[in-house]
Design a binder for this molecule. Structure first.
Ligand SMILES: [Zn+2]
Length: 73
């Protein structure tokens, strides 16, 4: 697999940067940026949807179990 390189400086080191001052945006983002020169290579939502969906699934399962116990008794 090819190694990812910065398009600006050629570095192979990247880092995550919390970007909360994006003009016109109403929420925060995470920038994947070059660790050497700061050139932005990608943008992710600050909120991790996978983690939130797993939490929602657990909450729904607990609510369903409560309903089932109430229905059975
Ligand atoms: Zn760079």
């Amino acid at each position: 697999m090819a190694e990812s390189t910065c398009a600006r400086c050629g570095s192979t080191k990247f880092e995550m940067m919390h970007a909360d001052k994006v003009e016109g945006a109403t929420r925060s983002f995470l920038f994947v940026q070059c660790a050497e020169c700061g050139a932005v290579a990608g943008v992710l939502d600050f909120i991790n949807l996978g983690v939130q969906m797993a939490r929602m699934k657990e909450e729904w399962q607990r609510a369903f179990e409560r309903l089932r116990r109430n229905f059975d008794s």
